[in-house]
Design a binder for this molecule. Structure first.
Ligand code: TYD
Ligand code: MG
Length: 471
């Protein structure tokens, strides 16, 4: 009899190795290979080939035809419904990832309570906390008297047997996927094999019954869902719950959604009575501004379909180091190097003897290239010691040639700025293709340079004109 073959599975990417090694060839991570049994594995060798049955023909169909909107259950928590694209979809699986302690259980407890009070049957299964702990949280959130059904359990078969009883639940929350295990796989809970098998069983349950399920997953420091990276591919939607230590606000970010838009965010604030919705994030991020200091520029950004105003702060200080320091929080370091290089090469501004620090206020994170112009303005402002006008917003992309390129949604960005009391703007001259023309408001009187050098000259010029006024 052949001896059962041993396999080593990378806990980071899920790739299978025949031999143990210190480093995974597939993803390059160290110390992630773990021995896992092969029985119950998918398609393991000749035995499964022998048992294979003859396939059944399915009916092929066309791309056009009847479609129905995905049936949704709406929680009534606006920011959550926005992130899910209009509510949880029946028969779908959603993964909610985030650092430990960020507030995933809090968010889902509040969602469960809100849905239960709208007459849905909600089951909350926790594998991490005891029933008493969850009750304590519910009391703190003031939702203890809702009809959410609670269980502390980790075995998938037991969970499925439990929820098969009675009316089909509308939503099942599994907190967290890392604690689940199924009899079908013989590895330890938390390993890739277990997580994958458990998630598969729960997703199959969702598809076959039409219940929505939410899987909670922990994220590692590198921003990846620990172990169950594989789960991301299996579920219909992935939401990340993130926030900076020391700040109270939390962002629920959509990174995958088979039933709606991605790039949407929901903004919350953590209080002592749970998460509160923040309907106008700009007010939150612009909260404590010191308008008159050099090195600060307000960026009019977009998050999904919603404009968000944030302050970008730069500090340019003489350096005593051979290689000056460049430090970035909340933006891309490579992009900062690029903006610095363009300023040096095309605008005659020198940073080679200076340390440069860049910070996005409030611990917010920006990924849009449209922030280039605000960053460049903040840098020049800090270097020259000239404060930018306090009521001005900036947006636009900078190309390597020093030209300022158009960005999408200019009108929407300007409207948001106007709503928050800003009176002027700096934006690209050209409008992006297909976007509406900029009419009226602060857009009409805006400064619209085509070259970055024009903007630098204007900022530096304000000192000269101010000096003249003083004379
Ligand atoms: P939790 O939801 O348990 O995080 P996760 O499930 O993502 O690990 O949230 C834990 C943190 O949230 C904890 O540090 C306490 C804080 N918190 C509040 O500040 N206010 C509240 O009302 C609640 C319930 C928690
Ligand atoms: Mg939790």
């Amino acid at each position: 009899m052949a001896k059962p073959r041993v396999q080593f599975i990378c806990q980071n990417c899920g790739s299978v190795h025949q031999r143990w090694a210190g480093k995974c060839d597939a993803c390059g991570e160290w110390n992630t290979l773990v021995e896992e049994g092969t029985s119950g594995g998918i398609g393991s060798g000749p035995a499964s080939a022998r048992n294979a049955r003859k396939g059944r023909a399915v009916v092929l169909t066309t791309l056009s035809g009847e479609i129905e909107d995905a049936p949704r259950i709406v929680s009534g928590i606006g920011e959550l419904d926005r992130a899910t694209g209009g509510g949880f979809v029946r028969g779908s699986a959603l993964l909610v990832g985030g650092d430990p302690g960020i507030g995933k259980s809090t968010l889902l407890t509040q969602a469960a309570a809100a849905l239960a009070s709208r007459g849905h049957r909600i089951v909350y299964v926790s594998g991490e906390e005891a029933v008493a702990q969850i009750r304590l949280r519910a009391q703190r959130l003031g939702v203890a008297d809702t009809s959410v059904e609670l269980a502390a359990e980790t075995n998938v078969e037991d969970i499925l047997a439990t929820i098969a009883d009675g009316k089909r639940p509308d939503l099942v929350i599994l907190d967290s996927i890392q604690t689940l295990w199924t009899d079908l796989a013989d590895s330890a809970p938390g390993t890739v094999t277990q997580v994958r098998a458990a998630a598969q069983a729960m997703i199959r349950y969702a598809k076959s019954t039409g219940a929505a399920i939410v899987l909670v997953g922990h994220v590692t420091k590198e921003g990846q869902i620990a172990g169950p990276r594989v789960v991301e591919h299996m579920v219909d939607g992935v939401l990340y719950f993130e926030g900076e230590g020391g700040h109270h606000y939390r962002i629920l970010r959509t990174v995958k959604n088979r039933f709606g838009p991605t790039d949407e965010i929901g903004v919350f604030e953590m209080s002592d009575k749970g998460l509160r919705e923040v309907a106008n994030p700009s007010e939150l991020f612009l909260g404590e501004r010191h308008a008159k200091s050099p090195g600060a520029a307000v960026f009019a950004g977009m998050e999904g379909t919603r404009p968000v105003l944030v302050e970008i702060q730069a500090l340019v200080a003489p350096s005593s180091l051979g290689t000056p320091r460049r430090a970035v929080v909340g933006w891309d370091g490579a992009r900062l190097s690029m903006v610095l290089a363009v300023l040096e090469a095309h605008c005659g501004v020198r940073f080679s003897q200076h340390d440069v620090y860049l910070n996005v206020a409030g611990g917010y994170r920006i990924s849009e290239p449209a922030a280039d112009l605000a960053v460049a303005s903040a840098l020049v402002s800090s270097l020259t010691g000239i404060a930018l006008p306090a009521d001005c917003v900036y947006f636009g992309e900078i190309s390597l040639s020093g030209a300022i390129r158009p960005v999408a949604h200019a009108q929407q960005r300007l409207k948001e700025a106007e709503k928050l009391g800003f009176g002027s703007a700096v934006l690209p001259l050209a409008s992006s293709k297909g976007s509406e023309e900029i009419t009226g408001g602060i857009g009409a009187g805006a400064f619209r340079p085509t070259e970055l050098a024009d903007l630098v000259a204007r900022i530096a010029g304000t000192r000269r004109s101010r000096a003249q006024e003083d004379e």
